[in-house]
Design a protein around this ligand. Structure first.
Ligand code: ATP
Ligand code: MG
Length: 562
């Protein structure tokens, strides 16, 4: 009942649709700005950007053979209380299914003790009169310890074996304060995602060890009720409400992990499911992308050059294809003197830039809190006069503001959900975004990322980079030059001549030779970071700052080492 009431409030305060009038005004303004520019093909000479240097070798890690996988055997603790390990991870090759599997080991208890555990749980459930989400962790622990002791007294088990008592307490804490059976997985720093596809299906996790990747665990939800109530609890933890009437959840846990879930309903007939993408203290870096083979040094040097020269870039791809990760990686390249303003729905970006002002939209559940959406946030943030505007993901009317700013010559970076260029144009030009097609020509680049299947494993690749070079009035679509394309058969990147670099050369007065040398320097610098194993985003930012400030000295040193 209480939940239903809360939900009503939520619906009432959903952001108001933009008023028609305001929209018309805006459209008028855009029409003024959207005069078609001449194609840069007519004025710019494209430049060869392929870097050949005998010192730069392949940096991608090689595929792991099955024989190598068979040797995998890892054991490490996940939950330790008072120096006692209660949950640990066991990762090993399972010869029966020819896969590496992930086993969560927890203390075993007899059937009888399990019954007692259920009784204690019910006892505590009935007595609880506080919301754990609102308590500080230490207060929650004290409160729960008190109730647990009361329960033992009540069931006349006050003098039970200390070992058994600790085990029962572990399960009570895991279930009441933690996230129940997946709590050990959440505590594993090597796990990136946790996904549950439905009842009776083992939960899969994505392990950071590049040999392992996506693996099956021994954890599952055995029936609909437990999975449904778990999904509702997840929503509660995110400060949101999920119900049959509104069965989709997109939120984040207090630690910043992102949660997507669907509650069993007419739109999810196969039952509830969820994915938790854990917040990583350490974001992936340009060096990780090179090691994983997401792109090659050539491509990255080109993108770095483009960013340094204030290019506006849209990163486009499907769900979980690595858009936000690439956005973060590219943002690291922004010059330290530039002022960056970022706006996001959930705080995902992690930069170490001296002039970075992050903003996060507010979605309110309580009546008194006003919602602030990306559109409002973006308009507000422009007052801060940023050099680079970053929008976590464009979905609605904020796209107008972003593209207007780009048209006015500001630099912008953003991600969008679209798997191909035609889908992208479609997405941008139809409601709720509804951009006039010609505004798209102000973008410099669109990078397409995808999660692709490579033999037995999934990998993420930049599959294409399109330079926007004009606008075709006949088809009403932007003209593009595909400067890079991934060849799925050879897992290589094919580079073509670049109009964007030609345009930058024209603007900055740089000669073709100078640009080629510049790109080569960048490639060597990146190669040097890979070889040196510099792979922390803060360290990388420091190194990049050095490159920007003392480029000649830095390159001299690197050339001497390579
Ligand atoms: N290049 C990459 N190589 C390996 N793993 C990656 C790569 N890029 C992203 N990942 C991992 O993939 C997951 C999804 O990444 P990310 O959040 O960037 O995707 P997304 O496309 O922004 O997703 P969404 O559609 O939810 O916005 C994360 O766990 C991230 O660590
Ligand atoms: Mg994203």
């Amino acid at each position: 009942m209480e939940k239903e009431e809360k939900q009503k409030v939520y619906i009432i305060i959903k952001p108001k649709k933009m008023e028609e009038k305001e929209r018309e005004e805006q459209e008028k303004e855009e029409r003024r700005e959207e005069a078609v520019q001449p194609s840069i093909m007519e004025i710019v000479k494209p430049i060869e950007i392929s870097i050949k240097d005998k010192y730069i070798e392949e940096v991608k890690k090689e595929e792991v053979e099955e024989e190598e996988m068979k040797k995998i055997s890892m054991n490490y603790p996940l939950i330790t209380i008072d120096n006692k390990v209660f949950a640990s991870a066991h990762i090993f090759w399972d010869p029966n299914i020819h896969e590496v599997v992930y086993f969560v080991k927890e203390p075993s208890i007899s059937e009888e003790d399990k019954k007692l555990l259920r009784k204690i749980e019910t006892f505590i459930q009935e007595k609880i009169n506080v919301d754990f989400n609102k308590l500080r962790k230490s207060d929650a622990i004290n409160y729960l310890t008190k109730l647990f002791d009361e329960a033992l007294e009540y069931f006349k088990k006050g003098r039970m074996d200390k070992n058994l008592k600790d085990i029962l307490k572990y399960y009570i804490f895991r279930d009441f304060i933690g996230m129940e059976r997946i709590e050990p997985l959440l505590k594993d720093p090597y796990i990136e995602d946790i996904s549950c596809d439905g009842v009776g299906i083992p939960i899969y996790v994505y392990h950071k060890d590049p040999r392992i990747g996506s693996i099956k665990t021994n954890i599952l939800f055995e029936n609909r009720e437990t999975l449904n109530s778990f999904v509702m609890r997840l929503a509660e933890r995110c400060g949101k409400i999920i119900s049959i009437a509104s069965p989709l959840l997109d939120g984040s846990l207090p630690d910043g992990s992102r949660v997507q879930a669907t509650l069993e309903s007419d739109i999810a007939r196969r039952g509830s499911n969820f994915t938790i993408r854990k917040f990583s203290e350490k974001p992936l870096t340009p060096i990780d992308l090179l090691r994983f083979g997401t792109c090659d040094i050539n491509t990255l040097s080109y993108l770095w050059f483009a960013i340094e020269h204030g290019s506006s870039i849209l990163i486009s791809g499907g769900t979980a294809s690595g858009k936000t990760t690439l956005l973060n990686v590219l943002s690291l390249f922004i010059k330290p003197q530039m002022k960056i303003v970022s706006i996001e729905d959930t705080a995902e970006l992690q930069l170490y830039h001296p002039h970075w002002v992050p903003h996060v939209a507010r979605v309110s559940i309580a009546k008194e809190e006003r919602e602030i959406d990306l559109y409002e946030l973006l308009r507000e943030s422009l007052r801060q006069r940023p050099d680079y505007i970053i929008v976590g993901e464009v979905r609605g009317r904020e796209a107008y503001v972003l593209f207007q700013q780009i048209a006015l010559g500001h630099a912008g970076l953003a991600t969008i959900h679209a798997e191909s260029f035609s889908k992208l144009v479609d997405r941008l030009t139809t409601p709720p975004i509804s951009l006039p097609p010609s505004l798209i020509q102000n973008l410099d680049l669109v990078i397409f990322v995808a999660r692709v299947r490579m033999k037995e494993k999934y990998a993420r690749r930049i599959i294409s980079i399109a330079e926007v070079i004009g606008f075709d009035k006949e088809t009403n679509t932007p003209k593009i030059n595909e400067v890079m394309r991934w060849d799925p058969f050879r897992d290589k990147f094919i580079i073509n001549k670049s109009y964007l670099i030609g345009k930058i050369a024209l603007k900055s007065g740089l000669k073709e030779d100078e640009i080629k040398k510049d790109l080569k320097d960048r490639a060597k610098f990146l190669y040097f970071l890979v070889k040196k194993g510099v792979n922390d985003y803060k360290e990388i930012t420091k190194m990049l700052n050095m490159f920007y400030s003392y480029r000649e000295i830095v390159m001299e040193k690197i050339n001497a080492i390579l």
